[in-house]
Design a protein around this ligand. Structure first.
Ligand SMILES: *[C@@H]1O[C@H](CO)[C@@H](O)[C@H](O)[C@H]1NC(C)=O
Ligand SMILES: *[C@@H]1O[C@H](CO)[C@@H](O)[C@H](O)[C@H]1NC(C)=O
Ligand SMILES: *[C@@H]1O[C@H](CO)[C@@H](O)[C@H](O)[C@H]1NC(C)=O
Ligand SMILES: *[C@@H]1O[C@H](CO)[C@@H](O)[C@H](O)[C@H]1NC(C)=O
Ligand SMILES: *[C@@H]1O[C@H](CO)[C@@H](O)[C@H](O)[C@H]1NC(C)=O
Ligand SMILES: *[C@@H]1O[C@H](CO)[C@@H](O)[C@H](O)[C@H]1NC(C)=O
Ligand SMILES: *[C@@H]1O[C@H](CO)[C@@H](O)[C@H](O)[C@H]1NC(C)=O
Ligand SMILES: *[C@@H]1O[C@H](CO)[C@@H](O)[C@H](O)[C@H]1NC(C)=O
Ligand SMILES: *[C@@H]1O[C@H](CO)[C@@H](O)[C@H](O)[C@H]1NC(C)=O
Ligand SMILES: *[C@@H]1O[C@H](CO)[C@@H](O)[C@H](O)[C@H]1NC(C)=O
Ligand SMILES: *[C@@H]1O[C@H](CO)[C@@H](O)[C@H](O)[C@H]1NC(C)=O
Length: 864
């Protein structure tokens, strides 16, 4: 892969509402070199110092070892790098997933990210992160491969949206920051992923796409302009960096026709330059496509280490050692790679939190091979440590508090448990015949849906089905409960539904990662409708039962047109992907132990066209080009702009009580004007020196060579022969971009200066308060939302900027208070390459959803 050197046309665009296809067609990404080196800013000083001390003691091959994975299925975890036994550093273990530990036993299956987003609750997000981190730590994982803010959710059918949080960048940004703090406070490194614009599964990787029969030569390119990058997709990553995420994973896709893991603009300039990221960038599995290019473009760790699974060859490993010996890569660059990895290690306290890995991803048996792929080194591989620590109770609470009540007519809910005849319908209500883990990587739909499919999964320790929990409830009073869980048994369904005083119908829609095609869904959903016969099931029940409650377990928005207005549908709940406590959580809502307070983290529209962005299902060329023409207008911003009425808008959700809003007050803070960061960095430090004599890097005679394992050693004293080793390709003379090896002091980025960007972006300019009153007879939780209108002709009508979830007793009033930062009120300016507060008049809105903006005031921006 050659690095692109053409101008970043899109970056110099004049800001416009819709970006023209001509500008985005074949967009290019400008070269940005050298890779910024870690400087220890933003609370990283001590970790940086410890890392430098450690790295200074390393030999060349030890440095290479820490940066390179050992190869797919080479060790216990989905990723491992080489160890440094001489200094007591174990092989770092990297493990999926964002909702629990994948490929392990005796672990919890947490509520999915896209579902807990509906809780809009900082404390809950932090605690969930902390509980997950605790489990990863106890199993001996160093790097947890989560959380996710890419995909953000540009297209509602995007297969992995449910792993992330919300298509709104502020909701996602706050959720990701809290999750990271929770994870890292346990001593585990969080890896925020996938960087960036990784919005669909189709064509994310060439080989996968070709495997499905598509005629493509490279991964899809997400083409986007500079404003859209900053105001939408990069925004939550800035929050992640500011929260101290130790690692970030670069993505499979190309961004403006340059692969994520070798894109110098996004890695060197945006992430390490502007956002001041101090940790390390690791590649998605097989997302590295070149050695020298990715090294100079900012990649710090390659995963799983081999060129493609189990080749025994690597773009790094031996090759990285060679490129150091032949002078292609400057020493400071390798030192920085390893310093970043070790800084993250010290930053979260892994030097004291470490537990040796006590599980094996590839084999659940107690004894097996340490190097599973090649069947090497037999011994104890699974200690079966139960790491769940009673997390189930909090998972139940998180799932209940993430449930969104969309309709509730005449107090249909909550139920009392004393209904005369309860009927439950739907395959989604029941236990799966092959158990909750019956399908590998959850790649099927059978029984109640509580997580999507792919690498973003964990094995359920149990899965409480809705039917079990509802039955337990009804039987407390020795009531009547019947169920039909065959979605198509219409005769039996009608027979029971026509007798029911309340019918609860469970329906779902699933999606997942692109390596699994289930029922024609190659990761991405092929439609936005309910799965199976969901609509027909509801129709059959409502035809004969005037008190039908619909519960939806879905990965994202679904079309509800066929039933939501039906008067016999008395209540609708969106319960997302609740995790292991699914049934208990929905019973808590149905029977009123928890008053629903969740609000939609996305819009439910009445057609897929209403979203105005969609998955590309057929490639439009050998290198598919996906133009993000809509700019920042996704989800509610797109509906607002086109004046399309959603069915249920972003931020919407009901309670068993009602709230009123009054008394908006805006307090202005005395904060000076914004000053761009200036000056230059220090020169890149070089930590130690090394011999360039190839004979010193030959495979040691006293080390047993594991087949296909990736080592840092040379295979010959002749560098070219060593590179060529198995005559897999011939040495190419890599193009070295201008400035890429320059370790001298570099100009600092005006919008940068610290992790998360220029610290003044986070100055609080205003505090907004309002009074929220509970008008009902039940305690309830209200998510109060603060939106801003930035006022420009090309700005969304409103954008979410802050929120709080308040618990309010019956008849009580509480004060909502939320801050607005400089970033919240700024637009990205492509000319100055910085954030600016425009002269357009700006207003704040406080409301209960994106379309129920109850209070409003103008902002006086003088002096900022
Ligand atoms: C832009 O190109 C895409 C295909 O890349 C096409 O689907 C879309 O309709 C085009 N938009 C306009 C406004 O021509
Ligand atoms: C984009 O590249 C393709 C393939 O090289 C080419 O056919 C097409 O004309 C290019 N489009 C533009 C607008 O340059
Ligand atoms: C793929 O498309 C290219 C360009 O249209 C064409 O030359 C090639 O024959 C196609 N390959 C296959 C396998 O269809
Ligand atoms: C070095 O990298 C090249 C690709 O750039 C690859 O073909 C070769 O096999 C690698 N060598 C080793 C020893 O892994
Ligand atoms: C140096 O080694 C690297 C890695 O094997 C290789 O890609 C590069 O072409 C070599 N450069 C020279 C000048 O030999
Ligand atoms: C679930 O799996 C069982 C056993 O394979 C099968 O009989 C049943 O049809 C499946 N149900 C659904 C909804 O796919
Ligand atoms: C949508 O896709 C799901 C899953 O493949 C399928 O069960 C359902 O029947 C499809 N809906 C329509 C209307 O085709
Ligand atoms: C039940 O659903 C089936 C399949 O859509 C439909 O043919 C039938 O009319 C429905 N029955 C009732 C009573 O709505
Ligand atoms: C609602 O249910 C009643 C039975 O309780 C039935 O008679 C009526 O036709 C249903 N209405 C609709 C719109 O399905
Ligand atoms: C629903 O149907 C029942 C009889 O099945 C009837 O007693 C009740 O009044 C109906 N409720 C409504 C709101 O129509
Ligand atoms: C292998 O030999 C080297 C050089 O004698 C020594 O430093 C190293 O500790 C030995 N390694 C092992 C694993 O025995």
């Amino acid at each position: 892969m050659k690095l692109r050197s053409a101008l970043f046309l899109a970056a110099t665009l004049v800001r416009s509402q819709v970006i023209s296809n001509e500008t985005l067609d074949n967009a290019t990404s400008p070269p940005k070199y050298p890779t910024p080196w870690i400087d220890g800013s933003g609370g990283w000083a001590e970790a940086y110092r410890k890392a430098q001390d450690f790295v200074s003691q390393l030999t060349l091959v030890e440095k290479v070892n820490i940066s390179t994975g050992v190869g797919w299925e080479g060790e216990a975890c989905v990723g491992n790098v080489g160890a440094v036994p001489r200094l007591g550093l174990h092989s770092l273990c990297l493990q999926d997933s964002p909702l629990g530990i994948r490929f392990a036993d005796r672990v919890s299956a947490f509520t999915a990210g896209g579902t807990v987003a509906a809780a809009w609750d900082r404390g809950l997000w932090y605690q969930r992160g902390y509980d997950m981190g605790t489990e990863f730590r106890m199993k001996g994982v160093d790097v947890m491969l989560g959380p996710v803010v890419g995909p953000l959710g540009r297209m509602p059918a995007g297969g992995r949206n449910w792993e992330g949080f919300s298509p709104d960048p502020v909701l996602s940004g706050i959720a990701v920051a809290e999750t990271i703090r929770g994870i890292q406070d346990t001593g585990v490194i969080a890896c925020t992923k996938h960087f960036i614009a990784n919005e669909q599964e189709h064509f994310r990787q060439g080989p996968e796409g070709r495997g499905y029969g598509y005629n493509i030569t490279e991964s899809l390119s997400s083409n986007l302009d500079d404003v859209t990058m900053h105001e939408l997709y990069l925004w939550p990553f800035a929050d992640a960096v500011r929260a101290g995420t130790g690692a970030i994973m670069c993505s499979y896709n190309q961004i403006n026709n340059s692969y994520g893991c070798q894109n110098s603009y996004i890695q060197n300039y945006l992430l390490k330059g502007e956002l001041g990221f101090q940790g390390f960038i690791l590649s998605d599995w097989q997302a590295q496509h070149a050695g020298v290019s990715s090294t100079l473009a900012g990649l710090d760790m390659t995963m799983p280490g081999d060129t493609s699974f189990n080749t025994g060859l690597s773009y790094w490993g031996t090759n990285l050692t060679i490129s150091m010996l032949n002078g292609t890569i400057p020493e400071w660059r390798l030192d920085d790679m390893v310093t970043r990895i070790m800084a993250a290690y010290y930053y979260v306290g892994r030097d004291t939190a470490h537990t040796p890995t006590n599980f094996n991803s590839w084999n659940k048996a107690t004894y097996g091979y340490q190097h599973p792929f090649v069947g090497f080194n037999y011994g104890l591989i699974n200690e079966h440590v139960d790491v769940r620590e009673g997390h189930g109770a909090r998972i139940r609470d998180a799932a209940a508090r993430s449930t969104v009540l969309l309709k509730n007519v005449n107090g249909a809910l909550p139920l009392t448990g004393k209904e005369s005849f309860t009927a439950v319908f739907g395959n989604d209500a029941e236990d799966a015949p092959y158990g909750p883990n019956g399908c590998p990587n959850r790649g099927c739909r059978n029984g109640t849906l509580a997580m999507g499919w792919g690498s973003g999964t964990a094995d359920f320790p149990y899965l409480v089905s809705p039917l079990t929990a509802i039955q337990n409830e009804v039987l407390k009073n020795y009531g009547i409960i019947v169920s039909v869980t065959d979605d198509y048994a219409y005769g039996e369904i009608i027979a029971e539904a026509s007798q029911a005083s309340v019918a609860i119908v469970f329906v779902n829609a699933d999606s997942g990662e692109g390596f699994i095609n289930y029922d024609g869904n190659e990761g991405d959903r092929r439609n936005l409708t309910l799965w199976g016969g969901g609509d027909a099931l509801i129709q059959n029940v409502t035809a004969v039962c005037n008190n039908t409650i619909v519960v939806m377990h879905t990965v994202g928005p679904v079309l509800v047109n066929s039933f939501y207005e039906n008067p016999n549908v008395t209540a609708i709940l969106w319960a997302g992907l609740p995790g292991e406590q699914s049934g208990n959580a929905i019973a808590d809502i149905l029977y009123g132990r928890v008053n629903p307070g969740g609000k939609l983290p996305f819009t439910i529209g009445s057609s897929r066209e209403d979203y105005q962005t969609d998955v590309m299902y057929e490639p439009n060329g050998l290198v598919p080009q996906q133009n993000f023409e809509e700019g920042v207008f996704i989800d509610y911003r797109a509906f607002d702009k086109a004046d399309i009425e959603p069915v249920f808008e972003f931020g919407f959700g009901l309670s068993y009580t009602t709230f009123s809003y009054s008394g908006l007050n805006v307090q202005k803070h005395q904060v000076g004007p914004y000053t761009p960061t200036t000056g230059t960095t220090k020169a890149a430090p070089v930590l130690g020196n090394f011999s360039t004599d190839p004979s010193e890097y030959q495979f040691p005679e006293n080390v047993t060579r594991v087949p296909l394992y990736i080592y840092p050693y040379l295979n010959s004293t002749d560098l070219e022969e060593s590179y060529n080793h198995t005559d897999y390709g011939s040495p190419i003379s890599d193009y070295i971009p201008e400035g890429a090896t320059d370790g001298s002091p570099q100009p600092r980025v005006p919008a940068g200066g610290a992790p998360g960007g220029n610290p003044q972006l986070y100055d609080v300019l205003f505090t907004v308060t309002a009074t929220i009153t509970n008008n009902g007879t039940l305690t309830g939780e209200e998510i109060v939302q603060l939106y801003v209108s930035l006022g420009g002709p090309n700005d969304p009508r409103v954008v979410l900027r802050n929120f709080d979830r308040l618990s309010i007793g019956p008849g009580q009033s509480v004060t909502f208070s939320a801050d607005l930062t400089r970033r919240d009120l700024s637009n990205w300016d492509t000319v100055s390459q910085n954030w600016v507060i425009t002269d357009y008049p700006k207003t704040v809105h406080v409301g209960s959803s994106s379309r129920n903006l109850l209070l409003e005031d103008t902002l006086d921006l003088g002096g900022y």
